[in-house]
Design a protein around this ligand. Structure first.
Ligand code: PMT
Length: 404
């Protein structure tokens, strides 16, 4: 089972003999479906070459804070936002000491400060260094800040000594990484998510559509699976891989999406509408390719059903969550959709050139009742995890009110 499908792991490698294990770690993370980007400290490059890790990760390896080439491809702040998880393995005593004190003197230490994603460290050092009270205090401090420490293991060390300080084996690290995404906040619930664009045919070769990539909806589906829900995913045409544990239904048009949703809705506890559904379709689809003739050309469109509004209007609707894609007046428009479509919640995003649609990251403002919560810009996977937690809280509260 691919437990890390679509997950973005930023692997930090610091200087130490255990750096050779990061090669296997990258292979295993990728075998589980993760997208891995590697950041190496200068000392790490003495133990294993960036070229090796570049070949294994199939991505450029980042080594410098101010590197014109990699900064132009993906700047360091963008990299910090891109990550769903930052894993530093091996993490040397020196790296941890600098991180405890908030140093941002190289790329890896800067990223660890700049990311809003969870951070995990797999320490590797000589046993005396590990047992030293300075190191122990440093690890206690970073644990208290919410950073997860994996290991270390005990045993023979490269320096000839024996004791605690060996980096955990890559095979033992990967399950910790996969489990860190599991929340179980929606155990036992049945969730239906729509994602991606719809396509409305004009003639046999043309259609009307939009720039939705499906990433946001797929991330929501994955976060719901990790929250323990049974997930159905109704998806428009996209070029990304669906989580293998979702019941996937592929559709093309808004009408097909409507039919697929309505077929499943009676067995759904929570409905999340992340798809960018076409509001209109072509009144009469031409049987043959339309020929170029006059200077202007008119298409007659008819309104599609509003799937979300129809679900919310059912006699006994599921907990219903919409998305609002807005280019202006985000809060006012989203709150108006929340009320007019009678939704339990709505997640609003600003869309436009390189925003919301088809981008790697997003930012959401979530509205429910008279409340709202801002989810700052982060990877769509990170946002989806927080959104699912918010939905679970409100869904469970609504259910407990019903039973009292
Ligand atoms: O797919 P990505 O590239 O990752 O981009 C993500 C996204 C920007 C598409 C996503 O975050 C998003 O905002 N999805 C909703 C897009 C949208 O159609 O917004 P809207 O404000 O036009 O519609 C409001 C709500 O009504 C949405 O939940 C939509 O799914 C639903 N709707 C709209 C029209 C329709 N006919 N039926 C619907 O169910």
């Amino acid at each position: 089972m691919y437990r890390l499908t679509g997950k973005r792991i930023l692997l930090g490698v610091t200087g130490g003999i255990a750096a050779y294990k990061s090669a296997t770690l990258i292979r295993l993370l990728r075998q589980h479906g993760a997208d891995v980007r590697v950041v190496m400290t200068r000392n790490a490059c003495e133990f294993i070459t960036p070229l090796t890790l570049q070949a294994l990760s199939a991505q450029p390896v980042h080594t410098d804070l101010l590197d014109l080439e990699t900064e132009s491809a993906m700047g360091h702040i963008e990299l910090a936002r891109w990550a769903d998880l930052v894993l530093v393995a091996p993490a040397s005593a020196n790296f941890v000491a600098r991180h405890v004190n908030g140093f941002a003197e190289d790329l890896l230490s800067t990223l660890c400060l700049a990311t809003s994603a969870p951070v995990m460290l797999a320490p590797a050092m000589n046993q005396q260094m590990w047992l030293n009270s300075a190191t122990q205090e440093n690890f206690e401090k970073i644990k208290a800040r919410g950073i997860t420490i994996l290991g270390p293991a005990s045993g023979d060390q490269a320096c000839g000594e024996n004791g605690p300080g060996r980096m955990l084996e890559p095979e033992d690290i990967v399950p910790f990484v996969a489990d860190s995404f599991v929340t179980n906040v929606l155990s036992g619930s049945r969730l239906l998510v729509t994602a991606g664009p719809t396509r409305e045919a004009i003639d046999p070769v043309r259609y009307i559509s939009n720039r939705s990539s499906g990433r946001m909806g797929y991330a929501v589906a994955m976060a719901a699976i990790e929250a323990g829900a049974e997930v159905s995913l109704v998806s428009g045409p996209v070029n990304i891989t669906a989580p293998d544990r979702a019941n996937l239904v592929n559709v093309t048009t808004a009408m097909e999406m409507y039919d697929a949703v309505m077929q499943k809705i009676r067995d759904t506890d929570i409905f999340i509408s992340a798809a960018a559904v076409a509001d209109y379709s072509v009144e009469s689809i031409a049987a043959q390719k339309i020929k170029k003739s006059d200077d202007s050309f008119q298409l007659m469109l008819k309104k599609n059903p509003d799937i979300l509004a129809e679900v919310a209007a059912l006699h006994s609707p599921p907990f219903t969550v919409g998305f609002a894609a807005e280019t202006e007046n985000l809060a006012v428009n989203a709150q108006s959709k929340l009320r007019s479509k009678k939704l339990d919640m709505i997640a609003a995003n600003q869309v436009g050139e390189a925003l919301g649609f088809d981008s790697e990251t997003n930012a959401l403002t979530v509205f429910w009742g008279a409340e709202q919560k801002q989810l700052e810009r982060a990877s769509k996977n990170t946002l989806a995890k927080t959104l699912i937690k918010l939905i679970a809280d409100q869904y469970n509260e609504k259910n407990s009110n019903k039973t009292h």
